[in-house]
Design a protein around this ligand. Structure first.
Ligand SMILES: *Cc1c(COP(=O)(O)O)cnc(C)c1O
Length: 234
């Protein structure tokens, strides 16, 4: 619906509510105001909603499927958005990710890390990357086990076009606040243990529509919010 200027999608209103949730959680949990960034997860939503969010001031967008994302980027043309890849990385999609995205949150495979670094165009800054950590110890789920992270980070250190900035996790849904906080706390403690002056790992990418408050309580610096910003996915 190119040319439509009014936002009938409700995205602008929902963005206001999500920003208010983040602000309230920062205050409640003693976090510095403005220390938690909002990544608007636009997977499975159309470009008109992305435009509406952009018009309402949102700049960082998260996508899970490389092909879908690149098609939307092309349709959006010159929109000065920042793109974050948050989905499962497939070997045949690393070039699209390296060339078209600013960040990747779901790095957990050394072969992919090497390819992303090799394929990152020299005209762009190094690709910012978070290592995905699987805290549920569910096999088949994406992410490295906590015990594998130190070695993985050391192996990535020599990759010139990749910049490790932090850790990401996607825990199983939990109902009560304490159960929600447990994996987020675990991720923060892993980060605190591994961070160094050479590699501060400042970013904790954790928290979604249903549990962003719990993530902020435990130190999230970026929450990845889809449904609460864009509505339900079909
Ligand atoms: C879809 C997705 C989100 C957003 O989830 P909502 O519950 O819609 O907020 C966040 N992170 C990842 C990795 C996702 O795939």
């Amino acid at each position: 619906m190119i040319g439509v200027r009014t936002d009938s999608s409700g995205v602008a209103e929902r963005l206001v509510l999500v920003r208010e949730r983040i602000r309230a959680a920062e205050e409640r949990f003693g976090r510095e105001p403005g220390s938690v960034a909002l990544l608007a997860v636009s997977k499975k939503h159309g470009t008109e909603k992305i435009r509406a969010a952009f018009a309402a001031g949102q700049r960082a967008f998260g996508e899970s499927y490389a092909q879908e994302a690149v098609e939307k980027m092309d349709a959006l043309g010159s929109l000065e958005a920042q793109w974050h890849f948050i989905g499962r990385i497939q070997s045949n999609k690393t070039r699209q990710i390296a060339e078209r995205f600013d960040w990747v949150h779901s790095l957990c495979n050394l072969k992919h890390a090497r390819r992303l670094s090799e394929q990152r165009p020299t005209t762009l800054p190094p690709l910012a990357a978070c290592v995905q950590v699987n805290l549920d110890e569910e096999t088949g789920k994406a992410g490295l086990a906590p015990a594998q992270i130190a070695e993985f980070i050391a192996a990535c250190a020599g990759l010139p076009r990749l910049k490790l900035v932090g850790l990401m996790t996607l825990p199983a849904q939990a109902e009560d606040a304490e159960a929600q906080r447990r994996p987020f706390r675990a991720l923060r403690l892993i980060r605190d243990r591994l961070a160094s002056t050479v590699l501060p790992l400042r970013v904790l990418s954790m928290g979604m529509s249903a549990d962003l408050e719990a993530a902020i309580a435990e130190g999230a610096t970026m929450v990845r919010v889809g449904t609460a910003v864009f509505g339900s996915r079909h």
